[in-house]
Design a protein around this ligand. Structure first.
Ligand SMILES: Nc1ncnc2c1ncn2[C@@H]1O[C@H](COP(=O)(O)OP(=O)(O)OP(=O)(O)O)[C@@H](O)[C@H]1O
Length: 564
């Protein structure tokens, strides 16, 4: 079928419309040229107004009165000055013209680029349901609102992800409730980019939340003779923002020195957290932590090691000066712990007598004694299988009274066996370490408080959290302290540990059952004669140790920790 031609009006109208558009565009361009200065000034005035509004919104409420007064005073001065209003108008126009020019809008210094602005908008929008209510007449957060209002500071890393953000939140947000805080922290963690560790600082007075990305803790720190005072033990290293003290460490191949903030645990008679509990998943590094602690303890004291794991991880300490015994079997552990309990009592009695007589506490009572127990749950299980009592019961006296007797107890256990720990261990270990992957709930249960940082995506061995008494929860990296007989460990690290080992005690070379452990009970429990006071052998019946001689402590003022 032949095509019918279109009516003329339709075929020619396209050309007319195009010509019309061209004319309109030319007229528009001409008008824009003519009105350009006016447009620039109007745009500048708009920007000045927006900036003033933001400043006003950002100003704390208590500063708004003085600010208003200052502005009113300036206006009065301007009005009263000859030609003041004219000069002020000219200055405002000039400022508006400067602010309104095309280049000024592009990227003010420090302003985010398009991608960064999109990330901030997404963070802002995600926070709206948490930081706004329907009754708020002027919400700080509202869908479609501007992030520039509440987000005071923002920084980005090289990959374009947020590395620091300071934001304000409304005063009615329940920032005192851990659950409410946790919801915000989880949200920001997810939205700002997973795979990094964040610290959250809540300023409840100013309704301000700071989010910071933390660099990973250095994992290449090796065990060495740390520069610490007697009674101080380095558990690991943490963030410089948390601890102002630093320890000089020799590092790396070249041995260059570096200063690192340590987590220092203080033990002894004045310590408020005289005993330590370390929990972790298998392979998280708790035995390594205990080895590190034992090596430091041996510099000033004696160490008894009970290894429930029985993997020979403390074999390097056997027969060394200051090492009372390294026990792996339930029977050996029981004998050694019985001895330790009696030794604690002997020390207490000797110290009391000395004090009553106005004498100095004897040297053999002052020298610190460390009882290091790795995986007591395994020992308890073995003992039960053999029909015996749980050796953990013998820790009760050293745990309760060890502080006054200079006896320190260190216990490590797998997280999943934590419920097998005795009540005394839970009650009296106020220094706590959790290594390896752990949920926030687990950390809060063990440490008594949740960390202020998010967990790392990948947890290297020896990485975790520490809390000393009621102090803050600190991230911690335990120094590499491998078993020097472990051939899979690095040569340099093994050599470093070997160097820290005390010399072998005379006559014990190659011995795996030190004399002290073989005859643990009656050697040390004879209290020394103190002038004017008759010596009493407090150990008559070894069984009586199951019922400790000393009256139980009153309940501690603050329970050591929440439920494990
Ligand atoms: N602080 C550390 N730095 C570097 N490597 C570590 C650290 N701690 C542990 N490791 C490595 O992790 C491995 C396991 O450590 P360790 O035996 O101490 O863990 P564990 O928690 O005692 O495990 P398990 O109870 O199952 O024996 C070690 O072989 C060691 O190489």
């Amino acid at each position: 079928m032949a095509r019918r031609p279109l009516p003329r009006i339709l075929t020619n109208s396209g050309a007319h419309v195009a010509r019309g558009r061209e004319l309109a565009r030319t007229a528009g361009a001409g008008a824009t040229d003519v009105l350009h200065p006016l447009i620039t000034v109007a745009r500048g005035l708009g920007r000045l107004a927006v900036a003033a509004r933001r400043r006003w919104a950002a100003a704390p409420k208590d500063r708004r009165g003085p600010l208003l007064f200052l502005v009113a005073s300036l206006l009065l001065v301007v009005v009263l000055t000859p030609y003041g209003p004219v000069l002020a108008a000219a200055a405002t126009m000039a400022a508006a013209a400067w602010k309104g020019r095309d280049g000024a809008a592009r990227r003010p210094r420090g302003a985010p680029d398009e991608d960064q602005a999109r990330r901030l908008t997404s963070l802002y929008e995600a926070l709206v349901p948490y930081f706004s209510t329907a009754d708020d007449p002027a919400p700080l957060y509202a869908h479609g609102g501007e992030w520039q209002g509440p987000f005071e500071t923002h920084e980005f890393d090289g990959t374009g992800r947020v590395s620091r953000l300071v934001l304000r939140y409304p005063p009615y947000f329940p920032d005192g409730e851990p659950e409410a805080r946790a919801r915000i922290e989880q949200l920001l963690h997810a939205k700002a980019g997973r795979g990094r560790e964040y610290r959250f600082v809540w300023d409840e007075e100013a309704n301000r939340l700071t989010l910071e990305v933390l660099p990973p803790l250095p994992a290449d720190l090796t065990a060495q003779a740390f520069v610490t005072a007697p009674g101080e033990t380095v558990l690991g290293f943490t963030d410089p923002t948390e601890i102002s003290r630093t320890l000089p460490l020799g590092e790396g191949e070249g041995g260059e020195r570096r200063d690192v903030p340590p987590v220092v645990w203080r033990t002894g008679a004045r310590s408020t957290e005289p005993h330590l509990l370390a929990l972790g998943s298998p392979g998280s590094g708790t035995s390594t932590l205990l080895r590190c602690v034992a090596l430091q303890a041996l510099r000033h004291g004696d160490v008894l090691i009970v290894d429930g794991g029985a993997a020979g991880e403390y074999a390097c300490l056997t027969g060394r000066d200051g090492v009372v015994a390294v026990e792996c079997s339930p029977a050996g552990a029981r004998a050694s712990l019985e001895w330790a309990a009696r030794e604690t009592e002997r020390r207490l009695i000797a110290a009391n007598r000395a004090r009553q007589s106005g004498l100095a506490v004897p040297e053999d009572t002052r020298r610190p004694l460390w009882i290091v127990v790795d995986r007591p749950a395994a020992l308890g299980h073995l003992a039960a299988a053999e029909g015996g009592a749980d050796p953990q019961a013998l820790l009760q006296v050293p745990l309760r009274h060890g502080r006054a007797a200079n006896v320190t107890v260190v216990v490590a256990e797998h997280m999943e066996s934590a419920e097998a720990l005795s009540e005394a261990v839970r009650q009296h270990t106020r220094a706590r370490v959790v290594l390896g992957p752990a949920s926030v709930a687990q950390l809060a249960a063990v440490l008594g408080a949740a960390p202020r940082t998010t967990p790392p995506a990948l947890v290297p061995p020896g990485r975790g959290y520490a809390r000393l008494g009621a102090g803050p929860v600190l991230r911690v990296q335990v120094p590499t302290t491998p078993d020097p007989y472990d051939e899979t460990a690095g040569e340099a690290h093994r050599a470093a540990v070997l160097e820290l080992l005390p010399p072998r005690a005379a006559g014990t070379a190659g011995s795996t059952a030190p004399a002290a452990a073989a005859e643990p009970v009656n050697e040390a429990v004879e209290p020394p004669e103190v002038a004017g006071v008759p010596a009493v052998d407090i150990v008559k019946d070894p069984k009586s140790l199951d019922e400790p001689h000393l009256a139980p402590d009153p309940e501690p003022a603050e329970p050591a920790r929440a439920e494990l």
